[in-house]
Design a protein around this ligand. Structure first.
Ligand SMILES: NC(=O)c1ccc[n+]([C@@H]2O[C@H](COP(=O)([O-])OP(=O)(O)OC[C@H]3O[C@@H](n4cnc5c(N)ncnc54)[C@H](OP(=O)(O)O)[C@@H]3O)[C@@H](O)[C@H]2O)c1
Length: 611
């Protein structure tokens, strides 16, 4: 952190306030002058702070414990480090202040900052680098140690954001770690803390677009926390250390990328398992996200060399690789074995990923990238190319392209892609809408045209005569007759994810893919009965969900036609509970009406673009 502060000072000549728990360094006593090596300093401590060795004439007989000598030594070295950093920052032309405060203590922090802000103006930049380690296995770790590691990072950031005027901030830089991304033995607390910083950074960035926020997941530096023993371990693993000057320059550069990624991974050689297999060779799981994240939105590799301030590229074993972290928020390998529900969604003889499941996975990706925010809806979900399982398996991922804030709402631009990393295929795109809490619909849901005197019929005949959907998606329980205005139906809720897929990543759905798919089927039924042609959905203009969970006993859905033409149906669907209260609403759903789909529905030819 000191290296980064010095680089910032050199680049901007700003006023820097350094915070740490250590007391401000006092002048060193005369006896310390000229002493540098550990042995002579410790001998000096023994003699001057505790008296000469026991038995020496004219001295005390107190024999200090080794820990006491060690603590005194650390205090001296800490003081020297602070003095050294203060003087080199000053000599870089910046004004520098040091205050002793525990960053977790919001009240004390406020006391310190109030005085400094009154004298020097608002805080424009935060570099949150406070961190401590208590590496050990979970069973050997005490709660106190866990809290110390976790709270220094997360509690410290919370206190900083409480105390500082966020609107005045122009840069928020969080020193996170590759440990949060790849994990590391003995660092469960440290990994959690760093990943929490990553996610708080994303949220803060969305809420404060005027502030360049970045969580840098550093690989190991040559210094600071990295002890000689750790250095040897990294060498063994083939992980190069980040040179101090290079790291500091990389931070400055990251701060200057105005629309850069919020989470970045900077370092070299990490992401390699002990076996030598790269993590990005895996297709599933959290670790894979980082590997996948090497990919840019456009699909090109972004493992670019950073150029340091001098303009030369970081070279050889100190090269810093830059990865846009977690740009792929959802990654899976699509196969019938893993996702048996695909056997119930076969078009043209091949399993096709239903739009309703796409919607669920887009919601999941947006939520995973912004933990703490609730899923409120999706805008402009466009299927550009159906996800068709032509081989045994097919990799699919959801990339977070951009995140914007709009009041308390976070808008997340998403792209659902598939195929090999070298030749990615864009299948769908959408913008997810997240909010801190879910609001009920402002004007209610318009679904008052139900003609209750009409006869309902059993939905089963639809799956025999009209729809291609297999058992997983046979969710239209009952249906009212079609009218020019639309169609009503009673829909079943989806069973738990475990019943639809092997090893699901969630225990419950965010949306209800069964009910939503059935609503899309209602459009197919309407086109069949009123236009005499088959159809498939390809676009949802706006989907809003007003509950965290859909009712267990299913929903009633009202499809209301907005526009129908030879080749297209546009309709809205309202989802209501047993009391007629709104659960969700989809507006501007488009179905492509195409006679050629008739053969595909019966499995005679391959499916087309819409699904
Ligand atoms: N070094 C690396 O290889 C590496 C790699 C990845 C990430 N990082 C991250 O980068 C940051 C800096 O690492 P570093 O290597 O420079 O570590 P370091 O030399 O141990 O410095 C950590 C700093 O945090 C301060 N600190 C700790 N607890 C504090 C608290 N409660 N309140 C105020 N200040 C506190 C310490 O000052 P006092 O002792 O005076 O409080 C110290 O100045 C850490 O967050 C670390 O997780 C480092």
């Amino acid at each position: 952190t000191a290296e980064a502060a010095a680089a910032l000072a050199g680049a901007t000549r700003c006023t820097l306030l350094l915070l740490g728990r250590s007391a401000p360094p006092a002048e060193e006593p005369a006896w310390l002058a000229g002493l540098c090596d550990e042995g002579s300093i410790k001998r000096g401590i023994l003699q001057h702070e505790f008296g000469a060795p026991a038995g020496a004439p004219g001295t005390t007989t107190h024999k200090p414990a080794p820990a006491e000598i060690e603590a005194a030594y650390r205090r001296i070295m800490g003081g020297r480090e602070i003095r050294f950093n203060l003087s080199r920052i000053e000599s870089a032309g910046a004004r520098v202040l040091y205050r002793a405060v525990d960053v977790r203590d919001a009240a004390a922090l406020r006391g310190v900052l109030n005085g400094v802000v009154a004298a020097h103006g608002p805080v424009r930049v935060i570099i949150h680098g406070a961190g401590v380690l208590h590496d050990r296995r979970i069973e050997d770790k005490s709660v106190g140690q866990f809290d110390d590691v976790f709270d220094t990072k997360v509690g410290g950031l919370r206190a900083l954001l409480q105390v500082v005027d966020a609107a005045a901030l122009r840069h928020l830089v969080l020193f996170s770690s590759v440990s949060g991304r790849f994990g590391r033995q003995g660092q469960v607390d440290y990994a959690m803390a760093n990943e929490a910083l990553n996610k708080v950074a994303r949220r803060f960035a969305a809420m404060h677009p005027e502030c360049r926020t970045t969580a840098i997941n550093w690989g190991p530096w040559d210094g600071g926390m990295v002890t000689p023993a750790l250095k040897r371990e990294f060498e063994r693993l083939g992980i190069s250390l980040i040179g101090r000057a290079e790291g500091a320059a990389a931070m400055l550069r990251e701060m200057q990328i105005a629309d850069g990624a919020v989470e970045v991974v900077l370092g070299s050689g990490f992401g390699r398992e002990a076996s030598g297999r790269r993590l990005d060779e895996r297709h599933e799981g959290v670790s894979a996200q980082a590997g996948k994240a090497r990919r840019h939105e456009g699909g090109q590799r972004t493992q670019q060399r950073l150029t340091v301030a001098s303009g030369t590229a970081c070279e050889a074993d100190t090269a810093i690789e830059r990865q846009l972290s977690t740009s792929s928020a959802f990654v899976c390998e699509l196969s019938v074995e893993r996702f048996p529900f695909l056997t119930s969604h076969v078009i043209g003889g091949r399993p096709v990923l239903p739009v309703a499941v796409m919607l669920e996975w887009l919601a999941q990706a947006a939520g995973d990238a912004h933990s703490g925010m609730a899923f409120f809806g999706i805008d402009n979900l466009r299927v550009l190319k159906g996800v068709i399982l032509r081989d045994k398996s097919y990799p699919v991922r959801v990339d977070v392209k951009a995140t914007r804030g709009d009041g308390g709402t976070v808008l997340v631009d998403l792209a659902l892609r598939g195929g090999s990393p070298n030749r990615p295929v864009l299948h769908a795109r959408a913008t997810a809408v997240l909010q801190p809490t879910i609001d009920p619909p402002a004007d209610g849901v318009a679904a008052g045209w139900f003609e209750s005197q009409r006869e309902w019929r059993d939905g089963r005949s639809l799956y025999r005569d009209v729809l291609f959907h297999g058992p997983h998606f046979q969710a239209i329980e009952r249906v009212a007759p079609c009218s020019d205005r639309g169609l009503w139906a009673r829909l079943r809720k989806a069973p738990s994810p475990r019943e639809w897929m092997r090893n699901p990543t969630r225990t419950r759905w965010i949306t209800d893919p069964s009910a939503i798919d059935a609503a899309l089927q209602m459009g197919i039924v309407w086109c069949h009965e009123r236009l005499g042609e088959p159809s498939l959905p390809s676009f949802i203009a706006r989907f809003r969900q007003y509950r965290v969970a859909w009712p267990r006993d299913g929903v009633t859905a009202a499809l209301e036609v907005r526009k129908s033409a030879r080749h297209q149906l546009v309709a809205d669907v309202a989802f209501l509970d047993a009391r007629g209260e709104p659960i969700a609403q989809a507006e501007g759903i488009e179905w492509t009406v195409d006679a050629s789909l008739r053969a595909a529905f019966t499995g005679a030819q391959a499916g087309g673009g819409a699904v």
